[in-house]
Design a binder for this molecule. Structure first.
Ligand code: AQP
Length: 336
C-alpha cells in the first residue's frame, strides 16, 4: 500500500496539525510505503516573503523529523524539487471542472481574507494537491477533517481522467489510482481553544486559542488554563452543547490514545480548572521530546537539505513514471 501526504511550510505547526496529521504520518510509516512532502509551491498561493518561506520550510522539516519521520522508512522531500508535480497539475487541469474549483470552501475562505491580489494559483490549489497525490498513485492520504472536500475533488479528477483517457487505452500506460482520505477517529478536527466552534488554524485562528508545537511549556499551560469552556460543570463530550469541553476531551483522548468515554470516566468528579491543567500537562509531556529533538535538528540546514534532496530523487523516479503514462494516454508529446 502506498501512502502520501503533504504539509505546508508554515513553520508555526499547531496541535491540530500535530494530532490530525503529523502523528498519523509517523504511525503510517510502518504500514506501507509512505511518501511525505513539504508543499512549498502551495505556500506561494497567498502573499509571502521568499526568504521567510525558506526558513519556515526548514522549521517544518525539523518539526516533522523531530516528531518521528524517518527518512530511512519513508520518502520525505520538498514539493518544489520535483517538477513533475507542476507538469501533472497542468495536464490534470483539463479534467478538473471549473465549477468544482469554484465550490471549494478553502478558496472562498482564503480569497475572502486577501486584501490585495487573489491569485489564480489560490484557485487552482486543489488541482496541484490532486497532482501531488496522483503522481505517486497513492491509495491512502492521511489528513485532517478539513481536507475532505479536497480529497473528494482529487478522487473525481482521477476518475474523470481514467474514464476519459485510460478506459480503453492500449499499451503500457497505467490509469491513475483513486485515493482515499485517512482521518483519525479521535483528533481529526482540533478546535481553537478560544473559539471552539472553529478549527485550530494557522491563519484563521486566535493567538491564545492556537497551541503551537514549539510553544514553551508555560505558554501551553496558560493557553489551556484560559481555554473557553461553558457555565456548567460536567466533563462530557457533547460537541453541540459543550464545544469547548468536548475539544479538550478530544485533545486528551488523542494524546493519551484512548476514547472519549475513558477521559470522561477519569474526570467524572473533576472541576474544569483541574481538567484543563491535566490536558495541558499531557500535551506538554507529549511535545517536550519533540521540542528537544527539534532544537538539535533545526540548526543543521545542510543536513536537512541533504535529507530532502535524497527524498526528492526517490520521489522523482515514481512521479516521472506517472507523468510519462499520463502524457502517453493524453496524446501529449511523441508516441513512445
Ligand atoms: N485543526 C485541525 N485539526 C486536525 N487536523 C488539522 N489540520 C489542519 N488543521 C487541523 C491538518 O494538518 C495537515 C497540514 O495542514 P496544512 O498543510 O494545511 O498546514 P497549515 O496550512 O499550516 O494548516 P491549517 O491550520 O489548516 O492552515 P489554514 O487554516 O491557515 O489553512 C492537514 O492534513 C490538515 O488537514
Amino acid at each position: 500500500m502506498r501512502i502520501f501526504s503533504g504539509i505546508q511550510p508554515t513553520g508555526r505547526k499547531h496541535l491540530g496539525n500535530f494530532i490530525g496529521a503529523i502523528e498519523q504520518y509517523v504511525a503510517l510509516q510502518d504500514r506501507g510505503e509512505a511518501i511525505y512532502c513539504i508543499v512549498d509551491l502551495h505556500a506561494t498561493t497567498v502573499p509571502y516573503e521568499p526568504a521567510v518561506l525558506r526558513e519556515r520550510l526548514y522549521d517544518t522539516a525539523a518539526i516533522l523529523l523531530a516528531a518521528g519521520l524517518d527518512a530511512e522508512r519513508c520518502i520525505f522531500f520538498r514539493q518544489g524539487d520535483v517538477p513533475e508535480h507542476t507538469e501533472l497539475t497542468w495536464l490534470l487541469s483539463s479534467v478538473t471542472a471549473f465549477g468544482d474549483l469554484n465550490r471549494m470552501h478553502q478558496f472562498k475562505d482564503k480569497a475572502g481574507a486577501q486584501r490585495d491580489l487573489v491569485s489564480a494559483s489560490l484557485f487552482t490549489y486543489p488541482t496541484l494537491m490532486a497532482a501531488d497525490v496522483l503522481a505517486y498513485r497513492a491509495q491512502q492520504v492521511p489528513v485532517g477533517d478539513d481536507q475532505r472536500q479536497h480529497i473528494e475533488l482529487m478522487r473525481d479528477i482521477a476518475e474523470r481522467f481514467n474514464a476519459r483517457f485510460a478506459a480503453e487505452a492500449a499499451g503500457a500506460a497505467a490509469p491513475l489510482v483513486v485515493p482515499e482520505g485517512v482521518y483519525r477517529e479521535v483528533g481529526a478536527r482540533i478546535m481553537d481553544l478560544q473559539e471552539p466552534t472553529k478549527k485550530m488554524s494557522t491563519t484563521g485562528g486566535t493567538e491564545q486559542g492556537t497551541v503551537l508545537v514549539l510553544d514553551e511549556p508555560k505558554t501551553i499551560e496558560k493557553k489551556f488554563k484560559r481555554a473557553v469552556t461553558d457555565s456548567g460543570s460536567e466533563i462530557r463530550h457533547d460537541r453541540a452543547e459543550k464545544p469547548g469541553v468536548a475539544n479538550l476531551i478530544e485533545i486528551l483522548a488523542a494524546v493519551r490514545d484512548t476514547s472519549f468515554a475513558a477521559v470522561e470516566a477519569d474526570f467524572a468528579d473533576a472541576r474544569y480548572g483541574d481538567f484543563k491543567v491535566a490536558v495541558a500537562e499531557a500535551v506538554i509531556e507529549r511535545l517536550t521530546p519533540v521540542q528537544e529533538r527539534y532544537a538539535e535538528l533545526r540548526p543543521d540546514e545542510a543536513a536537512l537539505e541533504a535529507i530532502l534532496a535524497a527524498g526528492a530523487e526517490k520521489a522523482r523516479t515514481i512521479a516521472a513514471d506517472t507523468v510519462a503514462d499520463v502524457r502517453q494516454l493524453m496524446g501529449v508529446g511523441p508516441n513512445p
